[in-house]
Design a protein. Sequence first.
Length: 297
Amino acid sequence: MQLTSAYFAVILIWATTPLTVKWGGEGVGFLFGVLLRMLIGTACVAGLLILLRKSLPYHMAALKTYAAGVAGVFGAMMSVYWSAQFIPSGWIAIIFGLTPIITAFLSAIWLKERFVTPLRLAALLLSLFGLSTLYNSAPIDESNYIYGIIGMLTAVLLHSFSSVWIKKIDAKISALSVTAGSLFMSIPLFFASWYFLDGQWPEQIPDRSLYAIIYTGVVATAAGFTIYFYVLGHFSATRVALITLISPLFALWLGHTFNNEVISQGTLFGTALILSGLALFEFDMIRKRVKMLNLRL
């Protein structure tokens, strides 16, 4: 698999997933929607393991990697599905765009990468101002937007935590193994959450919800997580997180076009501020790499 193709595949999947996440919880409840998605995804990954005749590594580093993956698979996904009840699908991708900055902050703690520079602090402040602007653009009668924003910030933190933890462990196992192990460990948690917090089997699953769940199960989970962990193994955690710099605009357009989501001037301005903060953050990263290259020469 070519790295470039895999990188852009992750961008496409991340851009289309927010809308299908929102559709997947309609009429069935978000707990059932995410459970069914993960069951489908796990079945696909298990089938792929059997087809390729691959077995999961069970050494200590591998088990730690799977546990780290649970934080992103179960923790982040539950937060995203819960948040999708309160905010438009485009907002999911926009707020998830804060991932690179949070990832860099955690990398500075765990991987001893430098974080505090004037440009990075400016990027952080600009992105936070954009998030505030985004919240203020919410309709006056939609006070529940704050719950969606808090939930998405939790998802960002858990996803970033998972990525950096996996990089720190550096177990040298395949992306498929990371995906499978993380899913196998996460499924009991998804089932327990649905059973104890809801436990209601939907009488009927709307067609759009069913197709969305199948898409997220097969493409976003089985293929998406595998490709994501593959890319994560070949790029820095921060570089992988920069995928979220590109996908939000596409996600906004999809939500507006196919789900009649309103894109106000405040939403556009807040999005522009967040993405500008991320661009400034990336500029500082590039400048640092160029400086290091010049020192070597």
